[in-house]
Design a binder for this molecule. Sequence first.
Ligand code: FES
Length: 367
Amino acid sequence: MNTNIDNLNSVRKPKIFNQSMSFVEGWYWVLPSQSLQTGEIKAVTIFGKDLVVYRGKDRRAVILDAYCPHMGTSLAEGKIEGNELRCVLHRWKFDAEGICVGIPNVDEPVSLKAKTWPAAEQYGMIWVWTGETPQQPLPFVLDWENQDFDFSLGSQFSIDCHPNVLLLQGIDTQQINLVNKLPLKMVLEKQELNQNAIIFSTITNINGKSFWLNLYRRFFNNSFNYSVCYWYGTTSIVSFTNDSTQLHIIFTTRLLPGGKTAGQTLFMCKKRQGILGKLINKLILKIGKKISDRLLKTNDKILETMQFDLKTPLKADLSIMQFINHLERQKPLTWESWLLVRSREREEEVREEREKREKWRDELVND
Ligand code: FES
């Protein structure tokens, strides 16, 4: 097959793909929006970093490092006052930017900031960007900017398999045909949308009969328009589309310690008008849930025992290699610190921040 040594090396000896402590800078799911009410604080651990998420009076979700910058008390034990969070131990108060805005019995302002992380809410989920400033948008459906859509949340799932390996099942065409017994000859075309997103798509005619194929034909006719768009190697949007009907299934995942996956499914379709339109969309979203449950169940045991190593790539494995190479070109971050891997500059910044903080503490002590 047409490949080169560099590509093969990154496939056989990846530094990010399928590595137990590797992830890239990006947007990742935190919690379903509905599980964080106004005035609530929740503790979460994402890529080894302990965080708290809270929702103040303005209903905005705020994400902070979990421990108080004064003495390390868990901010999850604190209390929300308006849009601010008060630490439970010495009652220091932090605003939504993490700035310390009040210390009981201390009049002069203290220049101190709890570390905050960019947060967003979309598709009924709270998301965090694992860097200082978001460089890319939240995962989105291609050509759907400014479109109205209906969506529903599916189930959370976990599997003893790396997110990258789990999600590439969507482009493993040999497996899709064989396991699902689909009478298709699928050839995927790839397109890189940006540094962090890549889409694989195909339009194939379907023949044959089965319950699933008949159901599919009811909505999508004889043409199998299928695409999988990957964001940050850990969120995939699996799309089935035709001119009138679209179904998008989002599998958004996070890496857990030990190379396991925690994930959440979401379903989306274009908004339809009227009661009938709403009913049709409800049905489409339900079908999405059925398909996603089936996809997650089909290979779970195989994936949990698999030692992924693409030793003998065939032409049919080209998309898998392209996915791995795309992921290998992204910015890897360090587990727990979320610093860029081998970033001297960043380490320098952190050292300066630490020195400033220590200087401030020394000044306080000397006073
Ligand atoms: S530990 Fe939080 S205010 Fe002291």
